[in-house]
Design a protein around this ligand. Sequence first.
Ligand SMILES: O=C(O)C1=C[C@@H](OP(=O)(O)O)[C@@H](O)[C@H](O)C1
Ligand SMILES: C=C(OP(=O)(O)O)C(=O)O
Length: 440
Amino acid sequence: MRRFHLQPGAALRGRVSVPGDKSVSHRAIMLSAIASGRSRITGFLESADCLATLHAFEAMGVTFVRDGEALEVDGVGRDGLHAPDGPLDLGNSGTSMRLMSGLMAGQRFDSRLVGDASLSRRPMARVIEPLTRMGARIEGQEGGRAPLIIQGGQPLKGIDYTPPVASAQIKSCVLLAGLYADGVTRVTEPGVSRDHTERMLSAFGVIIEREARTLSIVGGQALQAADVAVPADLSSAAFFIVGATIAESSAIVLPGVGINPTRRGVLDILKRMGADIRLHDERIQAGEPVADIEVRSASLKGVDIGGDEVELAIDEFPAIFIAAACAEGTTRLTGAAELRVKESDRIAVMADGLSRLGVDVNVADDGLTIVGNATGPAFGGARIESHDDHRIAMAFAMAALRASAPIEIDDCDFVDTSFPGFVALAAEAGLQIRASEVSE
Ligand SMILES: O=C(O)C1=C[C@@H](OP(=O)(O)O)[C@@H](O)[C@H](O)C1
Ligand SMILES: C=C(OP(=O)(O)O)C(=O)O
């Protein structure tokens, strides 16, 4: 088991190049695999989650070749995947399982999607239900959990679907199944969620229409190979953005980070709290908006967060909670029950860790309230459990910048699911961090 050890204090400074976007990398593999021709992906995130997606498509006959910085993919066409020899192991990755269940429902062969203990606890009824309505034969375990067993060769039909929660994973699953369905598939979003799938489908030549909150896709369309330049991951950048904000005398620049409007809630929330965040050289890279992000230390104040803003920052709340603990006054998050069904229950696990560090926190069913401490150290020292959740581990690592004593974080192996190289990059930026292997 990997443990992080952090010494208190220090500042973050310099240029911090975080690796590629996880959501975009998954989609780049999936769409290039079922496109016709050779696609070239640059900036692909070589993390455990994205490699799980890549290996699943390798097992279905797709060839990936590394060419220097690029990953070349020989797409097999919409109907060219082969039956895998065994189950497709998607590890810790909710995105892989939910998006691929849509793709697998449209194949002629059977598949079995499995994951680790955390993924096997996460709700899959949210994809089983719409896919079943489309005519798929898909079965989960009790309570709608993985493994998912998908029977191939079922004719799918387009449906009109409104997911029960705003979720890019549900939306993408249904749209991808829609590629294999007869007629039109429509998804009406109950709230805005990240639109990487729609943008990338267009880049691969698929016609997908949006009218207000409804997306429509006509089944049977073919994908043409495309080049994808994956932006740096804003969700990974978020830890450094919060770190540089809360640590005195900090100044960093994060180059080439994705700032897609359906994803950039963390920037808007932190700015509302008083953060000094500036965007430079805003540009479009392979259909996605990116910018260089400059961050300097700033004094923060507590804010209320809720409504549509929640999904726009869904993965960044562990980091935002650390910022809230360093803000003057109270931060109140509501409408965020989805945080309870991520890699861990991020409301309970963050509240537990914050309490151990001496922060005044109150938990509700759908959010929490944090009373911040804007002057001096905001955290004491303690050993924290990350509950095998990458984002919990990295968020608490940043807390050390405003702690009065050392912090240790257990179960940090899962950081590699989204951010390989985190420790080295954070240390280079100034965080006093080291990792050790300890026996369980
Ligand atoms: O589509 C995606 O790539 C993701 C969507 C989000 O999940 P939901 O859409 O279910 O909220 C997010 O939490 C996840 O890390 C990645
Ligand atoms: C929730 C996350 O990912 P996934 O759903 O793909 O496991 C995340 O990366 O924070």
